[in-house]
Design a binder for this molecule. Sequence first.
Ligand SMILES: N[C@@H](CCC(=O)N[C@@H](CS)C(=O)NCC(=O)O)C(=O)O
Length: 305
Amino acid sequence: MTSNAYEPPSVWRWNPANNQAFANINRPTSGAQQDKGLPVGRHPLQLYSLATPNGMKVTIMLEELLARGHCGAEYDAWLINIGNGSQFDSGFVAVNPNSKIPAMVDHCGDVPIRVFESGSILLYLADKFSEFIPADHAGRTGCLNWLFWQMAATPILGGGFGHFYAYAPVKIEYAIDRYTMEVKRQLDLLDKNLADRRYMCGDEYTIADIAIYPWYGAVMRGHAYDAAEFLEAHTYTNLARYIEEVRQRPAVQRGEMVNRPFGSKSKQLLERHDASDFELRTQDILDPDPPEEEQTAGENAQRPN
Ligand SMILES: N[C@@H](CCC(=O)N[C@@H](CS)C(=O)NCC(=O)O)C(=O)O
């Protein structure tokens, strides 16, 4: 456990030939790698994304807004394949210089507004439509507490625990122990908060829930890193109750399908340009969870930070 075969050199050098997961797209520099523009559809809101948990936050939010009758939330959702490096196309980088999905452009006004970082997109849409965020200052602050918590906490779940438990070419007990401890603490925190609240902030379903559900729902349902047993997910009973309630929402089930090129074919909507795009799949999305072999199919597409 205490052996240390690797001695860091005085200056780190990038080795493009290493065998790390995602080595084909990882670079120590930012910016565009190829000149390629982005498509633009007919709706004011243009989303460039992929159905990872970070991507799903935005499609769930947009579907929830549409379900509440906000036709201004109609959107075009374009698939960005991060496995083949589309996040480094010049058009995408112009929208998100950080080269990560999700990214959105709002063409509503005279000057298009680019929005990146899933938390920022949720807040932008909540403010734009005055939905899924409490109007009073105290309530709004309570909601933002959990939104910011999710944005800060989840990289430890994904980039820390998920990477070392599922992707690292060697299983390092020290790293897995360290990140498992923190992830279990996060699950316990969520579970305790939900012991006497229907949703994260009380009776109202907010952008805090829309941010938390895709990540912690994936863990609880065994879709992320195949780690539900390792983490004893079933012991977090309040969290399990909450995840199931959110999962049942029709807008959540629609949002989970958008820009999804993996898993069960019947739950994939590669691009979304109109509400009618879902119609053919209405029966399928009411199906129970896909068979086990399909549940982790999307994992290779996910490299959260
Ligand atoms: N903090 C960002 C994280 C976004 C993120 O990590 N996106 C991943 C997919 S889940 C990505 O685009 N990875 C591509 C890459 O790192 O090159 C957010 O919440 O929007």
